[in-house]
Design a protein around this ligand. Structure first.
Ligand code: ADP
Ligand code: ZN
Length: 681
């Protein structure tokens, strides 16, 4: 009874703890095991110390003189030679009386344990010495040989190093296993296994398109992927090939992972998720074998989706910096990935989605047909997108009546989806901290401030003043290009930051084989329109026009020195199509001509700039209207320009159709005319 009670109370404190911390248990166990290993190690070391030494109390060492003296006096009972190293001296009755009067001899008149030790140098000489010393003495002492082995220390001498090696190995493997995280961790045999996390029917992917706000165009494209997975026959029947790889390109936190997950959720197929860096390990060949394993797993679960986040970790262009060995490993991993993607048939039902924010640094081989030949751009959300993201993330929140999503969307330019999710969570936490029943507007504003604090360090945030300047700048480009006959008419402008540019404009380029002087001049005016608008509206200019100026300067220089379009220089081209001349050292013209060129170039640019100023001054109202619309909506289209400035009188009837086509094309090509923002801006 008593026993039972103590047992019970001893178990009890553990039991309630277990359900509360289910994750703690295995960890503790591991700790425990490791602890034992340390304890055993410690014990072994002590044991070695203890057994390794002589377990007999050490006895006095004597020199040759004393030994000889004792031999002569016949005080020695016997000499034992231990392992040919030490001579142990046992005294007889006489000797004991002389040196150890307290010790009683055994029945044969000799001590039981040796009294002295003598270290021998050479065995022969020792024996000789003993013999010579006792010459003429009756009953001389003889040397007896003893072999004594300490088996404990002998065994330990073998076992300990092995044991240490094994322990070290185990610790190493465990350490790696812990880093590896995922399934079957901790075992050396699993190192080449893929570490993809699998979401399937058991671990429900319950993310669907409903959870992804905005990103309409991306959704449409990715919807196709869902369709491929759901009814592949529809496509293969006609001989079409289902894409194997889709690359999601965009800045971090814009919902690439979310989008990929939602595809799996929509198509209701298993979803393997892993990061590019998961392939990389310090052992050669592991990455490649993980890739192989991943694809084998995937094929057995087809139809399914493999999602590789941050594919740049393995997909960076090869052979650029082949100095360290790590690159070789990365290359072989990438090669394996390419091989696998080539290897599986188009209708095996495995689609690889990959995410990166740097499509430009990826190896070209990855983007080739049959691999990641589709790219979907996932950009930072504009004001409408941000509102929708707020809606998604406010679903589960208890909101106060004064929370206004439109207002919040306006307050968060440059925020990514992840930032907005963060705002919502932060606001809820703040309200809870203050003991409120619902989250009100102020909580959201505080949360926004807090997130902005973090973003400012990343240089991502745009102040309202900057936004205004950017809006007028872009509106300046739009207005001038719309009002000039030979400039490319504008299709779309945004002031949502992309990469390191603050805004972007898409124009409808005409297909020209040759360009007239007039056309080039008009394009220069439109390019300068951004800076001119800043001048006209704010009376001051900014550094935001760096790339505009660079473009215009190059163009003017080309007009004067290459195309022979300048009156002063005349029909001369200093262009060298052979590329043989090194003009950086010797110029093919005189100093005087050089001066003329400089003068003409700056005259041309200045003339274009004044022209831009005059256009914008004359259409100041339209410019303001456009800029305000841009501030409000962050994006404007050709239709807005048409409404404000009227139809372009010289536009052809095909315009509309082309415009729409170009708009579609432009969606996938954000390289159109970015406005760079230099660091110091
Ligand atoms: P990425 O993979 O592009 O870096 P994620 O997909 O991991 O970004 O996004 C991180 C989080 O941000 C998501 O889990 C989600 O909560 C939120 N988020 C991002 N974009 C959106 C969006 N368009 N709609 C809703 N939530 C979003
Ligand atoms: Zn510009």
């Amino acid at each position: 009874m008593n026993n039972n009670e103590t047992k019970g109370s001893g178990n009890n404190p553990n039991q309630p703890g277990q359900p509360n911390h289910p994750s703690q248990k295995p960890k503790d166990k591991k700790r425990f095991n490791l602890m034992w290993i340390y304890v055993i190690l410690f014990a072994v070391l002590i044991g070695v110390n203890f057994f390794g030494r002589d377990n007999v109390t050490p006895h006095e060492e004597i020199d040759q003189g004393k030994l000889v003296e004792m031999l002569k006096k016949q005080e020695i009972g016997k000499i034992e030679l231990v392992n040919h190293e030490d001579a142990e001296v046992y005294l007889n009755e006489k000797g004991l009386k002389m040196h150890f009067p307290d010790v009683k001899p055994a029945s044969d008149g000799i001590t039981k344990s040796p009294n002295y030790t003598y270290k021998i140098g050479s065995l022969d000489r020792f024996e000789e010495m003993v013999e010579n010393t006792q010459e003429g003495i009756d009953n001389p002492v003889y040397i007896s040989n003893v072999k004594r082995s300490n088996w404990v220390s002998d065994i330990l001498a073998w076992v300990v190093p092995f044991g240490l090696l094994i322990v070290f190995y185990i610790i190493l493997m465990r350490g790696m296993g812990r880093n590896m995280g995922g399934g079957g961790a901790g075992s050396i045999f699993n190192i080449g296994k893929s570490r993809a996390q699998l979401y399937d029917k058991n671990t429900n992917v319950n993310v669907t398109f409903k959870d992804v706000a905005g990103l309409e165009e991306a959704k449409v494209e990715i919807m196709e992927v869902v369709d491929f997975l759901k009814n592949p026959e529809k496509y293969t029947k006609l001989g079409g090939k289902i894409p194997k790889g889709v690359l999601l390109v965009g800045p971090p936190g814009t919902g690439k992972t979310l989008l990929a997950k939602s595809v799996a959720g929509e198509a209701n197929v298993p979803f393997f998720s892993l990061s590019g860096s998961d392939f990389v390990e310090m052992f050669v060949g592991v990455g490649a074998s993980r890739v192989r394993d991943l694809f084998n797993n995937a094929k057995s679960k087809a139809p399914c989706i493999i999602f590789i986040d941050e594919i740049d970790a393995i997909g960076r262009a090869r052979g650029k910096s082949a100095i360290t060995g790590g690159n070789d490993e990365r290359e072989s991993t990438l090669n394996q990935l390419l091989t696998e993607m080539d290897g599986f048939g188009t209708n095996s039902g495995v689609i690889v989605l990959a995410a990166t924010n740097r499509a430009d640094i990826l190896d070209k081989a990855l983007l080739r047909a049959g691999r990641f030949d589709r790219q979907i751009y996932v950009e930072l959300p504009d004001i409408v997108g941000r509102k929708e993201i707020f809606e998604v993330h406010m679903r589960g929140l208890k909101l106060g009546k004064d929370v206004d999503k439109d207002f919040l969307a306006k307050q968060t330019p440059g925020f990514s989806g992840a930032d907005i999710a963060n705002v919502c969570n932060e606001a809820a936490l703040m309200a809870a901290r203050k003991g409120k029943n619902e989250i009100d507007k102020q909580d959201f504003l505080d949360a926004v401030d807090r997130i902005i604090g973090g973003l400012e360090k990343k240089n991502k945030i745009i102040t309202p003043e900057e936004k205004k300047v950017i809006a007028f700048h872009e509106a300046g480009h739009a207005t001038t290009s719309w009002l000039l006959q030979y400039a490319h008419p504008l299709v779309k402008v945004t002031i949502v930051p992309r990469g390191n540019s603050l805004g972007a404009a898409w124009y409808l380029p005409e297909e020209r084989q040759i360009t007239t002087k007039e056309q080039m001049y008009h394009e220069m005016i439109a390019t300068l329109g951004g800076r001119a608008a800043e001048q006209v509206v704010f009376g001051q200019i900014s550094t935001g026009a760096l790339s505009d100026l660079e473009k215009v300067t190059k163009q003017a220089f080309a007009m004067v020195t290459y195309y022979g379009l300048d009156e002063e220089i005349g029909n001369i081209s200093y262009y060298d199509s052979t590329g043989q001349q090194d003009y950086s050292l010797t110029k093919p013209y005189s100093e005087k001509t050089a001066e003329t060129i400089d003068k003409e170039v700056s005259k041309l640019i200045e003339k274009a700039y004044q022209e831009a100023i005059s256009i914008l001054t004359n259409h100041r109202d339209g410019l303001s209207e456009l800029a305000n619309k841009l501030i409000e909506e962050e994006v404007i289209f050709g239709e807005d320009l048409e409404r404000i400035f009227g139809k372009r009188p010289w536009g052809n009837s095909e315009d509309e159709k082309l415009k729409n086509a170009a708009l579609k094309a432009a969606e996938g090509e954000p390289e159109a005319q970015p406005d760079n923002q230099p660091e110091n801006a």
